[in-house]
Design a protein around this ligand. Structure first.
Ligand code: NAD
Length: 734
């Protein structure tokens, strides 16, 4: 292979008259431009040669194809046009319309363009473990190689809509049951069976099916319209801010009503437009940013191997500890859980069982896995068995004295190689380990609640934490299906720190005349799962007040002190748990407005002495969003300039996975860049004149705005070089 080319296909003609075309583009045999040019050349050759009767397409090393190579769709990059060989006509006219039959031999992945290529073949043979799907919608685009037309014709409209709208792949067995594949065979039999099948088609022993013209699986037209109407209502409810799911439904419906050729044309036009959309740019950015969180200068580029973590101990079986245990055992790690007494231990174990049962009810884990998963957990009341573990995660109450004692004990009982991690949300890790000699193996493993569900793991390093320890934890995070983001040690780490101005800005607006329900409604419309006041109810006022105190102490220059939540708490309203907070809650935890809320707002205003500002009272929605989220952007800039985060895109992932900031806006920094640093900074300056230092843009943001540099631009071009600050964390290995 030419060292500059990105993949190819190879053709080999057997004595049986079958041309075997193999896609070769590790690691997932993606359909790069080079692969597609090569594929069309191989096809021309196979169709031309007289000794070829039929064609089998497969992928090297047990992977059919992971789909179209999306590196060309990079977030903010210019997007290249697709080559002709990537056109829908190639699949329809050359592959499907050929005079020689093609059979796809599918193992491993057949996703996106990979499945579209397989569907253009005249039959598909698969292994039972193969994964087949059209996940394009998660990147803000729609299948663009005929997938919107062929999938409904192969498996019916309802199921194909489900597969495309959820972006979820199905396994070979299900694909067979649905009619997407024609036969299931063992991997060792795959190519042999596909060859035979292809010859059988060419010799009229098996049907020569053109998926594009199959109608037997399609629902009657009236039903088609009903199904599409229902699907539109669903997606409008679930994803009101994005257009591509609706466009996908339109394209599918058009193809069924007006015929597949019309559908293909509409699909091509829509694909072209969507691939240039802001939504797609944002989602593709998130896709790559998520993969980039584990590329860390000075840590993952040293050629070090992560060391195996075989057994884990968790100290504390409360809300977080039980969630962490659940995440570990669900991913087959044996775990020791330590609690203070038999009662608390049993409560912790019961919490883990309840978590597992809820996963079972959702179908995430099969019934028969329950006992086996629970058997991985052993409860203890002392540290005797801790010598066997490679990692301890402490998740006890947020109390420095208790945590210091535990770390002193851990140093005594655990082996010298064992990683000592804390799930603290606020306490300085250096203080937690102050009474030990184990500073190089002390690290933060900050899970988010519920720990077995939330996909983010903040790995918190101190200047002493060893790179090897960080690498080991990154590796563990991936094994338990979390996205690791490495951050430095500071109050709130990355997520809680950058989002503390979120609630603060919202309360400031309320004191000046905005209404909490209006704010929640606008923020939800923007794409957050809930607004700041509904979130405060969920988290509970106890936690909200304690956290606010930490930030007020740490960053007194930029905190807004409001008594609103404290006043409500004094009146026995503590949020959802007391069924009264900013909202009232029924027994099913459904929120409804409470007219009494105004009383507390009035009182808070009179304490703070802030007068209602008619401008804030009638703030347009756009301004509400900006006044709440620009302070978040500002804090994220501070986090970056202090070297707490490695790169801007890590903060995008932290905001999307830790706070559910809408992925289709690309994360907090990408979103700010889409508006422009100049604009963000000028608005903050304007508000800081009217409403004080809370809005003051930080130096990092001001510098970038002055120079017109985006927040995610290479830091080398900026005087505030986060990577240089980051250097303080790069030390020797364990
Ligand atoms: P929790 O009160 O629900 O649980 C703490 C548990 O630790 C209790 O079951 C207690 O019995 C146990 N414990 C106390 N001392 C112990 C000891 N010496 N040995 C063994 N067990 C002991 O608290 P939580 O909400 O699970 O929080 C635990 C930690 O996780 C805190 O540091 C907190 O800041 C952090 N955290 C909490 C959240 C959250 O949303 N609650 C999120 C991220 C991190």
């Amino acid at each position: 292979m030419d060292s500059r080319s990105k993949g190819r296909t190879a053709v080999e003609v057997g004595a049986d008259g079958v041309a075997l075309i193999t896609i070769i583009n590790p690691p997932v045999n993606s359909l790069s431009f080079d692969v597609l040019y090569s594929l069309s050349e191989n096809y021309e050759e196979a169709l031309r040669r007289n000794d070829v009767k039929a064609i089998v397409i497969t992928g090297e090393k047990g992977k059919f194809s992971g789909g179209f190579d999306i590196t060309g769709l990079g977030g903010s990059q210019e997007r290249k046009p697709k080559p002709d060989s990537m056109s829908v006509d190639f699949l329809s006219d050359v592959v499907e319309g050929a005079k020689k039959p093609s059979v796809a031999a599918v193992d491993g992945l057949a996703l996106g363009g990979g499945l579209e290529l397989a569907m253009a073949c005249h039959a598909r043979i698969s292994t039972s473990s193969a994964q087949l799907g059209l996940p394009e919608l998660q990147l803000g685009i729609i299948p663009g190689l005929g997938g919107t037309q062929r999938l409904p014709r192969l498996i019916g409209l309802s199921k194909s809509l489900d597969m495309m709208l959820t972006s979820k792949p199905i396994k070979g067995e299900e694909a067979h049951a649905l009619g997407l594949v024609d036969a299931i065979v063992l991997p060792a039999e795959l190519i042999k069976t596909a060859r035979r099948w292809a010859l059988d088609i060419s010799e009229y022993r098996r049907p020569w099916v053109l998926s594009l013209y199959k109608t037997s699986k399609l629902e009657p037209l009236k039903e088609v319209r009903e199904i599409c109407k229902f699907a539109r209502a669903q997606v409008q409810k679930e994803a009101p801010n994005v257009k591509h799911p609706l466009i996908c439904i339109d394209v599918i419906e058009e193809g069924i009503i007006s015929g597949p050729r019309v559908g293909l044309r509409k699909e091509a036009e829509a694909s072209q437009v969507l691939s240039q959309s802001d939504t797609s740019k944002s989602l593709v950015h998130v896709f790559f940013a998520q993969r980039a969180t584990s590329k860390i200068p000075g840590i993952t580029d040293r050629g070090m191997m992560p060391r195996q973590v075989n057994k884990v101990a968790v100290v504390g079986g409360g809300l977080m500890g039980s969630g962490i245990v659940t995440a570990l055992i669900l991913n087959n790690f044996p775990v020791i859980l330590k609690e203070m007494n038999e009662n608390l231990l049993q409560t912790g174990i019961n919490r883990v069982k309840a978590n597992l049962k809820r996963q079972m009810a959702k179908g995430t884990i099969p019934l028969e896995k329950f006992d086996k998963t629970v058997s991985l957990l052993k409860g203890v009341l002392n540290y005797e068995s801790f010598k066997e573990v490679d990692l301890v995660i402490e998740a006890v109450v947020e109390n420095i004295v208790v945590k210091q004692q535990i770390f002193t004990d851990l140093e005594k009982y655990c082996g010298p190689h064992c990683i000592l991690a804390s799930n603290t949300s606020t306490i300085d890790l250096t203080l937690i380990g102050a009474k030990t000699q184990s500073h190089d193996r002390i690290v933060g493993a900050h899970f988010f609640s519920p720990a077995h569900i939330m996909p983010l793991l903040e790995i918190v390093q101190t200047p002493q934490t060893s790179p090897q320890v960080i690498l080991n934890l990154i590796s563990l995070a991936k094994k338990i299906k979390k996205t690791p983001v490495l951050v430095g040690n500071c109050t709130g780490f990355a997520v809680n720190r950058i989002f503390f101005p979120y609630t603060q800005a919202a309360t400031m607006l309320v004191e000046r005349g905005a209404h909490p329900y209006k704010i929640d409604q606008v923020v939800t419309k923007f794409g957050m799962p809930m607004g700041p006041f509904r979130l405060a109810d969920l988290v509970g006022f106890g936690v909200a007040i304690a956290t606010a105190k930490q930030f007020i102490n740490e960053f007194p220059d930029r905190t807004h002190r409001s008594m609103l939540i404290s006043i409500m708490q004094e009146d026995k309203r503590a949020g959802e748990s007391t069924r009264k907070g900013f909202y009232l809650y029924d027994e099913k935890r459904r929120a409804s407005p409470d007219p009494e809320l105004n009383k507390y707002i009035e009182k808070a205003r009179s304490i703070s002495g802030i007068a209602v500002d008619p401008k804030i009272q009638n703030l347009p929605e756009k301004d509400i969003i900006e006044m709440i989220f620009f302070p978040v952007v500002n804090e994220a800039c501070r986090v970056l300039s202090e070297g707490i985060a490695v790169k801007a895109s890590d903060l995008d992932i932290a905001s999307v996975l830790g706070m559910s900031f809408p992925a289709y806006r690309g994360g907090i920094m990408f979103w700010a860049d889409s508006l422009g640093t100049k604009y963000v900074c000028s608005r903050l300056e304007e508000w800081s004149k009217d409403y004080g230092g809370f809005f003051n843009p930080c130096n990092y943001l001001a510098q970038r705005a002055a120079q017109g540099i985006p927040l995610d631009a290479d830091t080398a071009s900026c005087p505030y070089d986060a990577l240089k600050t980051w250097g303080q964390y790069n030390r020797g290995c364990l």
